[in-house]
Design a protein around this ligand. Sequence first.
Ligand code: ZN
Length: 599
Amino acid sequence: MAKRDPTAVATTFVVAMPKPANHLYEIEMEVAPFSRAVAAFDLCLPVWTPGSYFVRDHARHVRELVVTGPSGEPLPVTKTEKSRWRVSTGPRGARGPFRATYRVYAFELTVRTSHLDASHGYGNGACLFLYVDGRKDEPQRLRFRLPKGWKASVALPRRGEEYLAADYDELVDSPFECGTHRTFRFRVRGVPHTLALWGEGNEEPGRLVHDLSRLVEAAAGLFGGLPYERYLFLVHLAEGARGGLEHRASQSCGVGPWKFRPEAAYREVLGLLSHELFHAWNVKRIRPANLGPFDYSREAYVRDLWALEGMTSYYEHVLLLRAGLEEPKHAFEAWAKDVKGHRDSPGHRVQSAEESSFDAWIRLYRPDENSPNVSESYYRRGALVGLALDLAIRGGTRGRRSLDDVVLELWRRWGARGRPYPDGAWEAAVAKVGGAAVAGFFDRYVRGVETPPFESLFPRAGLLFREKAAKEEGNGGDGVVVAARADLGWKTKTEGGRLLVAEVYEGRAASGAGVSAGDEVVALDGVRAGEDQLKRIARDLSPGQTLRLHLFRLGRLVEVPVVLGCRRAFDFEIVPDPGASQEARAVFEGWLGSRFPAG
Ligand SMILES: [Zn+2]
């Protein structure tokens, strides 16, 4: 990143929101002069938001772009691509400065987009700020023209009324929040942090600040310091808000307003904040060349999102554990659920962690009814690979080395030096740290579609990984344990009172009988279909029995006999092994930072 020089020539943006209820940002862009006269130049808007691997074509929300020359004369503007405008400066050319004004419709409340209404203005640079093609590496400045009583929060350094970005990447990487939101300041290791809260629910800001301080301290402890000069936790509390997005010196998170109680829900909130914080290292600094500087004009393909996202999902628990914000049993529950979901998903046998990463743009971010059959989330699979690697390395080195050493190797070698890592860096770091303990790991679990052998990995840390009977829903009371149940192998949904087939899983009963997603189920064995009937079938019928389905398919009634399959109902659990060896107990304690449970 270029050095931040407040006197340098910079392109300046002024963001105004005179009528926020209309959802229109009004933007003025002062394009700093070119080094020599140009006959034309291109203004572009990113097609995607870094951190979210999906082409969003933000340009569809841009309107009324007008560009003027050095003496205020209007210049011809021609659109040459969906996100590119060519500005002609006249037959003799001109150096500038040029001035562009435009408006942007901002009414999508996600962390990857922008949202302006009467209560606030959230802005994501990728949706709002044009760049001059070929000049993204120059300094950029940002000013706000705010409605009365509003303030701005953004992670950029401030000089007077201006915020300074070293280059376009930093500008786009610094989402802003404008409005009357609450801000809370705290320091960790002398570095200023701000928590900005928009909206309200059952949050306790004092507790949140306390817990975030411990979380940041845990991360600083792992990496030996903090990589940023300031940090902003930007949290939206709103109905339907969810997800987070990482930045180098901030994070944006959407959280349901009532998610702060009970404790289990609050732990999920902390998990999200922990995840995005860990990204300040992993993804934002430990990164491949495609993830900074960015090509905003097209997809950035990455083969190791399973590591960048998955390891981060694994470490979101590790940080919470080290910060004392989660107990081991909570992490065990989450991991047991992940393994179950992973092994249950038909797609895990089809798509490897590496393939899932590369195809994020057309798979994870564009799910459809067939996704479960052909894909597996690189978040979940990557987190399980991280967990397995940590256990294998710790077990294989008697607790002397761990996944921490792998992450630190990548941090010291690449991230801390501001350099992107080359292809194969994760595998090389794992091999260097884990040696023989992790031989063949990438071939099997990263490039291959095998699942790590948790049954033999958890005992390395004194833990048993085993099946337990699942609690069955819909059987009355608090659940009846069944060893096997009749299975249709589909997922249904009810829409407008109609029971529809949502997903059909390959290799199971409904798929074998030729049932399709989209079929409307009208009768089961001659009885009007409904969720209650499905529960009754699961309870009363046995595997191997035939069920008569009446379906509407494209408006025609069809009858399909389905031979019910068999599904064992169980969950996994991870519990301390009373018979664990001293060595395994020591691995447990080194790993989780807490004493091996007595008894
Ligand atoms: Zn993430």
